[in-house]
Design a protein around this ligand. Structure first.
Ligand code: ATP
Ligand code: MG
Length: 272
């Protein structure tokens, strides 16, 4: 099984059942093994992407609190060369950021040629939390779907391949994970009382996600809903889409100047 992009205009259900591990994935041991193989492929493809230095990959991760963004970054992208990868997280905008348009802070973090960029939350917060908490009126956030599509199309026309993942957890699974954050001293620091407020707005967030995903899943920047209650399935499904995209990008090592061979003989004679 591999994930299919959402069709433009077709809102995903996002029911609790959609967050469960898909039946047609292999067993746990096999999933772990497949992930390992995909990570090796990713490492090799990134090496070529970096060497080529002509195109970039942007991976956008969105999820509810405790939805697994951090874990996905660590477990899917943890073995690629850190030099070729940059993660940018988006929290509440600063005073300074609020003085600019909402895409300003995002545009500066778009990966350069040769790089993989990962967004831990993104400009989509500006049609999600901003909509649910009514931080700006609807007349301001509604036009953003089109603005975002235009922005992402411009990036894709300038050699940035974009993949967007919504890590979808069920309400029960979120409860389990939030409880663990409260009970486990190693996870306490991640707990934020604000998470409970967002949990109380579950349906409003679902609606906001449904609309954002259906309006902004374009040919040039598709959205994928990842069933994310099972971590090993989530990782495998994300890794597969990323590797497929890198393969389509088909980065090649630059061909060396034929003159390099001259240096081989120069090195040989000088050291004799
Ligand atoms: P986790 O999911 O593991 O809890 P996190 O991504 O929630 O991690 P936090 O630092 O706890 O990390 O939260 C960032 C907060 O910033 C989120 O509540 C998010 O909704 C908020 N945020 C991000 N962008 C915006 C925005 N444009 N306007 C208002 N709030 C925003
Ligand atoms: Mg949080």
């Amino acid at each position: 099984m591999s994930l299919q992009p959402i069709k433009l205009g077709k809102a995903p259900k996002l029911s609790d059942a959609d967050a469960k591990r898909p039946d047609d994935l292999p067993g746990k041991a096999e999933r772990v093994e497949q992930l390992l193989a995909l990570k090796e492929q990713m490492t090799e493809l990134q090496r070529r992407l970096f060497a080529q230095g002509r195109q970039a990959l942007l991976v956008v991760l969105q999820a509810r609190d405790a939805g697994g963004k951090d874990g996905t970054i660590r477990r899917v992208f943890g073995s690629i060369n850190p030099q070729g990868c940059r993660v940018t997280g988006y929290g509440k905008p600063t005073e300074r950021e609020l003085q600019q348009d909402y895409l300003w802070r995002v545009h500066t973090a778009v990966p350069r040629r040769g790089m993989i960029g990962i967004f831990n939350r993104s400009h989509y917060e500006d049609v999600l939390v901003v909509r649910v908490k009514e931080l700006v009126p609807e007349s301001v956030w509604r036009p953003r779907y089109e603005q975002i599509n235009d922005f992402e199309r411009m990036l894709s026309e300038n050699d940035v391949t974009i993949l967007k993942f919504f890590l979808h957890v069920s309400k029960d699974e979120q409860r389990r994970r939030l409880l663990r954050r409260l009970e486990d001293p190693k996870r306490n620091w991640k707990f934020n009382p604000e998470d409970l407020k967002a949990r109380n707005e579950w349906d409003a967030y679902s609606e906001a996600y449904r609309e954002a995903l259906s309006r902004c899943s374009t040919d040039w920047a598709p959205w994928y809903v990842v069933p994310a209650d099972s971590k090993s399935s989530r990782d495998l499904l994300v890794a597969q889409v990323v590797v497929d995209a890198l393969e389509r990008m088909d980065p090649e090592f630059p061909t060396a100047d034929p003159d390099v061979l001259r240096y081989v003989s120069a090195l040989d004679t000088s050291e004799r």
